[in-house]
Design a protein. Structure first.
Length: 163
């Protein structure tokens, strides 16, 4: 013979039975402890279910929480960061109607970090590569110009220094 396995649905149906017998939530909790030892619902949980039953809600299935955090949509999140990358995590979460923790997970999944009061991607975008190349070329040109000026000053003074 197979062993009986206690589950949430079974316990909740027992709570309906006790509710119909006009037992209180505390009495129902005590009866569950007597029958199944400590591996039962808490007294607080019994009270919550009894309140549902009083409101004529006899559905014993788990329901999704009403305040479930919004799941991140990458395109929407990136678009919002493009508009204003200087917002805090809290401001981003409030604007996108999600919890701050959910916003943080979205940022992490997108590979975005907060540096110098702006949100930046771990990986460079093509425009960032172009900017780096442009700045590098400007710095190299400036270096060559300064080196040329220094070398011409050394030659004018009459002696040659190897730099």
């Amino acid at each position: 013979m197979s062993e009986f396995e206690l589950n949430k649905r079974h316990l909740r149906k027992l709570l309906i039975y006790f509710f119909n017998l006009k037992k209180s939530a505390a009495e129902a909790h005590q009866l569950l402890i007597e029958a199944y030892n400590e591996a039962t619902l808490s007294e607080r949980t019994c009270c919550e279910w009894f309140q549902k039953f009083k409101n004529s809600d006899f559905d014993v299935e788990d329901k999704d929480p009403s305040g479930r955090p919004k799941i991140c949509e990458d395109a929407e999140f990136e678009e919002f960061l493009e508009e204003d990358s200087s917002q805090t995590e809290k401001e981003l979460a409030l604007t996108l109607e999600m919890t701050q923790q959910a916003g943080w997970h979205c940022l992490k999944s997108l590979g975005i970090i907060h540096k110098q009061r702006n949100w930046l991607s771990y990986e460079l975008k093509p425009r960032d590569d172009e900017r780096r190349l442009c700045v590098s070329e400007m710095l190299l040109a400036r270096h060559k110009k300064v080196f040329y000026i220094e070398s011409s000053l050394v030659m004018k003074s009459g002696y040659i220094m190897i730099i």
